[in-house]
Design a protein around this ligand. Structure first.
Ligand code: ADP
Length: 231
C-alpha cells in the first residue's frame, strides 16, 4: 500500500495541530513525572516500586507520541538499537496483559526457538505493536457476547525479514474499511483518532519494513509487521 500525496498533506496538517497542543500537554506530564519520582521511596517501602517504573515508562511513551506527532510532517530518523524479536514481544505482551484481562481477553505470546535480531528504534516499534494490539482489543470488545477474546502475538522470520504477527478473533473488517485503514484520521470508532495505523505505517516504512493486513468480517484480523533482519 503506497502512501499517497493526500496522506502526506494530512500528516503535515497533523504536525501543525500537534505543535499547537503538545506544549499544553507536556507541562502537566512533566509535573506528574516529578511527583511520581517523589512517591517512589514510599512505593518501594510497600514493595510496589514496579508501579512507579510502569508509570514513568508510560509517561515517557506519551511524551514520545507527542514528539512523534510533532515530527509527522518531517518524520525523524529512527534511533537504532540492536534487539531480539522475542524480547520485544515478551515486553509488549507483558505491558498489555493487565488491560487484556480487564477486557476479558486472553493475550498470548509465541515465538520460534531460533530468535532473530533487528536494528530498530525500540520505542517507536513498541508503539506500533501496542497500537495494533489496542485495535485488536477494541475489535474484540464488539463480539464479546459471542466468543471469548483472544490475541496471539507471534515472532517468526522468513530469513530476510523478522515478522511480528498480531492475530485477533474480533469483529474483522469489510473491504471498504480495509482500503482506508492507513489513512490519517480514518476511524470507525466513536472516540477514535484514526491516527494509530497511519503513524504505525510511517514508523515501519522508516525502518525499511512493511505492514500487511488480512481480515475477515465477522471472524478476525491478522496484522504482520515486517522488519529487515540486522546484519
Ligand atoms: P483508531 O483506532 O483511532 O480508529 P487506527 O488508525 O488505529 O485509528 O485504526 C483505524 C480503523 O481501522 C479503526 O477505526 C478500525 O475500524 C480499523 N481497525 C484497525 N484494526 C482493526 C482490527 N484489529 N479489527 C477490526 N478493525 C480494525
Amino acid at each position: 500500500i503506497e502512501q499517497t500525496a493526500m496522506q502526506n498533506d494530512k500528516l503535515a496538517m497533523l504536525g501543525k495541530i500537534a505543535a499547537a497542543i503538545a506544549h499544553e500537554i507536556r507541562n502537566p506530564l512533566t509535573s506528574i513525572r516529578g511527583f511520581i519520582q517523589l512517591l517512589r521511596p514510599y512505593l518501594l517501602q510497600v514493595g510496589k516500586e514496579e508501579y512507579a517504573r510502569i508509570i514513568l515508562t508510560e509517561i515517557d511513551r506519551a511524551n514520545d507520541i507527542i514528539y512523534e506527532f510533532l515530527n509527522s510532517s518531517k518524520p525523524s530518523a529512527p534511533m537504532k538499537q540492536y534487539v531480539s524479536i522475542n524480547s520485544l514481544i515478551k515486553e509488549v505482551v507483558l505491558l498489555t496483559e493487565s488491560e487484556s484481562l480487564l477486557r476479558n481477553c486472553e493475550i498470548k505470546a509465541e515465538w520460534h526457538a531460533n530468535d532473530v535480531f533487528v536494528s530498530i528504534d525500540v520505542k517507536q516499534v513498541k508503539q506500533v505493536v501496542l497500537n495494533i494490539i489496542k485495535n485488536a482489543l477494541d475489535a474484540i470488545e464488539d463480539v464479546q457476547l459471542e466468543r471469548r477474546g483472544r490475541i496471539d502475538v507471534i515472532g517468526r522470520s522468513d530469513g530476510q525479514y523478522a515478522e511480528i504477527v498480531i492475530r485477533d478473533n474480533g469483529k474483522g473488517m469489510d473491504k471498504a474499511t480495509m482500503s482506508r485503514l492507513f489513512d490519517p484520521f480514518f476511524t470507525t470508532k466513536q472516540l477514535g483518532t484514526g491516527l494509530g495505523l497511519s503513524v504505525s505505517y510511517r514508523i515501519v516504512r522508516n525502518h525499511g519494513g512493511a505492514i500487511r493486513v488480512d481480515s475477515q468480517a465477522g471472524s478476525g484480523t491478522e496484522f504482520i509487521i515486517y522488519l529487515p533482519l540486522a546484519e
